[in-house]
Design a protein around this ligand. Sequence first.
Ligand code: ATP
Ligand code: MG
Ligand code: FE
Length: 334
Amino acid sequence: MLAIETSCDETSVAVVRDGKHILANVVSSQIEVHRRFGGVVPEIASRKHVEIITLMIEQAVEESGISLNDIDAVAVTQGPGLVGALLVGIVAAKALAMALDVPLIGTHHIAGHIYANRLMQELTYPCMALVASGGHTELVLMEGEGKFRVIGQTRDDAVGEAYDKVARSLHLPYPGGPHIDRLAAEAVEAVPLPRAWLEADSFDFSFSGLKSAVLAVINQAKMKGQELDERALARGFQESVVEVLVEKAIRAVRQYGAKQLLLCGGVAANRGLREELADRCAKEGIELLVPPLRLCTDNAAMIGAAAHLKWERGQFTPLDMKAEPSFSLEAWSV
Ligand code: ATP
Ligand code: MG
Ligand code: FE
């Protein structure tokens, strides 16, 4: 299977066998291009995808050691994502599927993030996924292979988005997540900040109040002419985020009798979150799966892993398919 991912600011093409063996997974990030704007500029993202997509396809095929004629199917991220960015991958995928006369499989980006774990080991159902990325914060229950049920999600900002906004207010470069993570690790103390637990039985998240609390601390220091302890602030922010994510994930695992907890998305790169989750899961006897960093951030191999679910069941996508900027994960279930 040849897989293409262009939903945001990474252009990626992979060749994956049986949904679990990576033969090639080439990723070109546009981060440097967008950095001076402090975030992803959609028009520029689309143009950069156009410039490089053909080259990436050639490179992935070459690295995989197979020939284009050996490709059985073409998978592509159909959504969610930036519509102009998605379209570049979709047009390339349609052209390839048509030229090679093989099925096309429109794939859900978040299903990809979750099934990145399948590239490492077998999944045992029911399992619970904690999706923590730039645009999503969700707890997803999978009662069987490819059956997605969103039991909780953010009501405002996604966790990665909150990281990036807090980083921006501390004048750190985009994307800010890794910088906050580093500052938090260097801190000797933590600024106390609120935790958004929401209703007692809720699996939803909220990060905008925490973000406002961080801004209030910054503004107060500015008004009083005091020096701001950025490390302590980063640590306080990270502790609040991590505590809520970990507590809710563990409670969800218990309540639904999940056999594994899968961490995924770009924020899975966060050291604080990885350590705390590993610690708690070890204590509670929960099996935790975390993909290596290169499979946590956007890449096409994870799209190939998810698309395999549809391939096995002969669920293909018509060649006139459209980009779905706000694609439903549950509706994409097999
Ligand atoms: P989505 O998958 O929801 O469409 P996306 O693909 O843009 O969004 P990812 O690429 O999965 O998101 O993740 C990017 C996010 O991960 C950014 O917000 C970035 O700041 C965050 N991130 C990366 N590394 C870390 C880290 N070490 N700590 C916290 N956040 C991090
Ligand atoms: Mg990205
Ligand atoms: Fe993503």
